[in-house]
Design a protein around this ligand. Structure first.
Ligand code: AMP
Length: 389
């Protein structure tokens, strides 16, 4: 089969790697000439609204998929008039607008943080009066990795005016700032025949709105509830492919933050840590193949590499660590790779120490201290943590 990919960044790259292993071939479209996934197939460099480029993408492919939700809806609809697009344009439409996404969750009985639509500075004043502070002001569209959002901490007119300017005076929502115990995500996948599978819950740590660490939590007590919510999304959208639902855990309840109609950063550990990766299962689903098992046989985690890739030799010295460098140029705030860590079932403590070691090397000392207080202070940890001579 031949698969068309809208986008050619790291997600498209990992999808294509999975596709290549399954014997598929790929055409990729991106406006960025040096896209990191370009070498994984026939690369079309063009804008998503360039009909000639879209025609080259769809030419000879059996199915089209997309790697991120900010690809223009019109491009997906153009492709869908010619070849099957999975997941559908309908799923993308919901996920592109935070307001429609929130309403969709509510329609399906999935709880969300309290929110209000905000279209002007006046409406921001009213919304802040209703919700109080702290609250988060988020653009309805084009937000990702904490971009397009600002925390509102006081009600002074000057502060609200600054917040409104910061997000660019565009249609937005104001949300309560949730005081969650944990951030979780569930990754679900549904095949063309309606069969579905769910990965173990991910526990996620963010800093500055960017995911830094994910730990796969096989057997988590919230698995059933998260799956139930994901199940409702899959069924209502008649979804085909991999989907991620991001959640806040508050006193045993789960509040939906957002959904991603695609493979997700919190699922990268599944490459080495699950029986079938989220990428392989996405390709299987969209190509009409049966899904692979989604179990997590052993402890697994992922540390994101944001801004720069650490010394490879150092990463190799951490047992069970695999470095994925995306081949992107390094710049602050840019996701340039990740480290997957896998461990043995009976060594949870040592496993957390290894995660912390990788985190410290990735510049995330704060999160490392939170999960492994005391840090690399025992001989075996120091041995694992020591940089090469
Ligand atoms: P988002 O782009 O909505 O996924 O937000 C990025 C990150 O900001 C989330 O993963 C949270 O860590 C934080 N965040 C977003 N919205 C809220 C909220 N309403 N309450 C608390 N934290 C939030």
């Amino acid at each position: 089969m031949r698969v068309g990919l809208l986008g050619a960044g790291q997600l498209a790259g990992m999808l294509a790697d999975a596709g290549i292993a399954l014997g598929m071939t790929h055409t990729l479209l991106s406006p960025v000439p040096d896209s990191c996934a370009a070498p994984r197939g026939d690369f079309v460099c063009g804008d998503f609204d360039d009909v000639q480029a879209l025609a080259r993408l769809t030419d000879g492919v059996d199915v089209v998929t997309y790697e991120f939700e900010n690809v223009p809806l019109a491009a997906v609809e153009w492709c869908a008039d010619r070849v099957p697009v999975r997941p559908s344009a309908a799923a993308l439409r919901v996920a592109q607008d935070r307001l429609s996404e929130k309403r969709f969750f509510q329609h399906l009985g999935i709880p969300v943080p309290a929110y209000t639509a905000v279209n002007s500075l006046d409406e921001l004043h009213q919304a802040v009066n209703r919700h109080g502070v702290p609250a988060v002001l988020k653009t309805r569209t084009f937000g990702y990795d904490g971009k397009g959002q600002v925390v509102v901490r006081d009600t002074a007119p000057q502060s609200l005016s600054v917040a409104w300017d910061t997000i660019g005076r565009v249609p937005a929502i104001l949300e309560e700032l949730v005081s969650f115990q944990r951030e979780l995500s569930v990754i679900a996948v549904r095949a063309i025949d309606g069969s579905q599978a769910f990965y173990p819950l991910n526990e996620n740590w963010h800093r500055e709105g960017i995911l830094r660490l994910t730990v796969g939590r096989a057997g988590d007590p919230r698995q059933g509830l998260a799956e139930e919510y994901a199940r409702r999304l899959l069924a209502d959208l008649d979804y085909v492919g991999t989907l991620a639902l991001e959640l806040f855990e508050v006193n045993g309840r789960l509040l939906a933050n957002e959904l991603a109609p695609r493979v997700h950063n919190s699922g990268h550990w599944t490459i080495e840590g699950a029986t079938t990766s989220q990428f392989e299962n996405h390709m299987r689903a969209i190509c009409g193949l049966p899904l692979g098992p989604t179990g997590q046989p052993r402890p697994a985690a992922m540390v994101n590499l944001v801004g720069s890739v650490p010394d490879r030799e150092f990463v190799r010295r951490i047992p069970g660590a695999v470095l994925h460098a995306y081949g992107k140029s390094e710049s602050p705030g840019r996701k340039v790779g990740h480290i997957t860590l896998v461990g043995d079932e009976d060594e949870q403590d040592r496993f957390m120490a290894r995660i912390a070691c990788a985190l410290r090397h990735a510049g995330e000392a704060g999160i490392a201290d939170a999960i492994d207080p005391g840090g690399a202070d025992t001989p075996d940890r120091v041995a694992e943590a020591a940089p090469p001579d």
